[in-house]
Design a protein around this ligand. Structure first.
Ligand code: GLV
Ligand code: MN
Ligand code: MN
Length: 383
């Protein structure tokens, strides 16, 4: 399987969606059944022995003895592109097809984005003995036809000695440098929270402005603070990507607003400090308007250093220039790094576009990633 065929298969999987006309495929949503069927058949054709674990990860093993896990994810954000996650799974299968000199396990994680339950990495966390056990997740697992009682069996096999993930860069750096691939040396730390602002719903036409406790106006003031803190803190990014106003009618003052918050930085202490400023700021703004606010953490993921030497040497051996970079996006590699040495290779993202339908990748860059992958596997194989 070459770059062109990999891109064709990513396109086929993109047709499996919850929303016609868009690519939206959240954790264990109905289209995931057909995705499993397709990917499983490709894994089997590549010689892998497959099974679906109890959180919905599709896993396939080839060969005996110490193995390298090569993986990425199958779920998407709403209105996604066709390559985030999926490309890495297709590259892993293509490498299996080449009969590598060492045993490998390919994992296609069921969940990385955190869209359905607000908690990311549901797939990979089960492998490191830290499964997400909230009631909604367990119900989704049963509804999909899997058995939550078997989640402990999803744990990483002790034969897995390392982890490798291929992923689109999702940013403009490699394109700007004119390079097909990049070596990831670290992944930023990420905090994800949900905040609930509570005021009082009332009639939009009859309630004087000075008698309102508008939860959305309050949240809006806080969103301004989120942007300001991120803009004035070197290297910090902070995003409110989801807002739900209740009861949600044009003629009702919003009584409750639920907001997401995503804060990232390469240095954990900077992220933690900024998060505290934002949580205290929410309290302060809410109190000033006679509202209340409550926050709940969904993810506290420290920054992670990756193994980069083996990938760097592979890039060199494959004849490509080396560029080391820090990932601003979260990846399953940061979860697997808790248990085994983990490495990542980025593939150039044309236009730096991702989490958007225009996301793309060049066939020749995927071929470059395959060549680097083959070199990594050679280095891993018997001397
Ligand atoms: C995953 O795409 C993330 O960085 O949130
Ligand atoms: Mn993503
Ligand atoms: Mn991804």
């Amino acid at each position: 399987m070459n770059g062109r065929e990999i891109i064709r298969r990513c396109g086929l999987l993109a047709q499996q969606t919850e929303e016609p006309g868009h690519i939206t495929r959240t954790y264990l949503s109905p289209p995931m059944h057909e995705v499993h069927r397709l990917v499983r058949s490709w894994m089997t054709d590549a010689g892998l022995t497959t099974h679906v674990d109890a959180v919905g990860n599709l896993r396939g093993v080839l060969g005996d003895g110490p193995r390298l896990m090569i993986a990425s994810h199958l779920d998407t954000v709403p209105h996604a592109g066709a390559f985030d996650g999926i490309l890495g799974v297709m590259i892993a299968i293509a490498l299996a097809e080449q009969r590598p000199p060492c045993a490998i396990e390919v994992a296609a994680f069921a969940e990385e984005e955190g869209v359905r339950f607000g908690v990311p990495f549901i797939g990979s966390r089960a492998l490191v003995g830290d499964p997400v056990m909230d009631d909604g997740v367990l119900a989704a697992i049963s509804h999909f036809g899997l058995d939550p009682a078997r989640i402990p069996e999803a744990i990483l096999d002790p034969a897995v000695k390392g982890y490798l993930e291929f992923h689109i860069e999702q940013g403009p750096v490699l394109e700007t440098l004119g390079m097909p691939v990049g070596v990831v040396e670290a992944i930023v730390g990420i905090s994800r929270w949900e905040l609930r602002f509570e005021g009082k719903a009332n009639h939009a036409g009859t309630t004087p402005m000075n008698m309102r406790r508008d939860a959305l106006a309050c949240a809006a003031e806080w969103v301004g603070l989120v942007e300001h803190v991120a803009q004035t803190t070197e290297g910090l990014v902070a995003t409110v990507g989801k807002i739900e106003a209740r009861p949600g009618a044009g003629n009702v003052i919003p009584g409750v607003v639920i907001c997401s918050l995503d804060v990232r930085h390469a240095l954990d202490e900077v992220r933690e400090r900024a998060l505290n400023v934002l949580l205290d700021g929410a309290e302060h703004i809410a109190r000033g308007r006679e509202l209340s606010v409550a926050g709940e953490s969904r993810l506290e993921q420290p920054a992670v250093a990756l193994e980069f030497e083996v990938v760097e040497e592979a890039v060199q051996s494959a004849g490509f220039p080396v560029h080391r970079m820090v990932s601003g996006a979260g990846h399953d590699a940061m979860i697997l790094a808790r248990k085994v040495p983990a490495a990542m290779l980025f593939v150039r993202s044309p236009g730096g576009i991702s989490h958007h339908p225009d996301e793309s990748v060049l066939a020749e860059d995927v071929d470059a990633a395959l060549a680097v992958g083959a070199q990594v596997l050679r280095a891993w194989g018997p001397e």
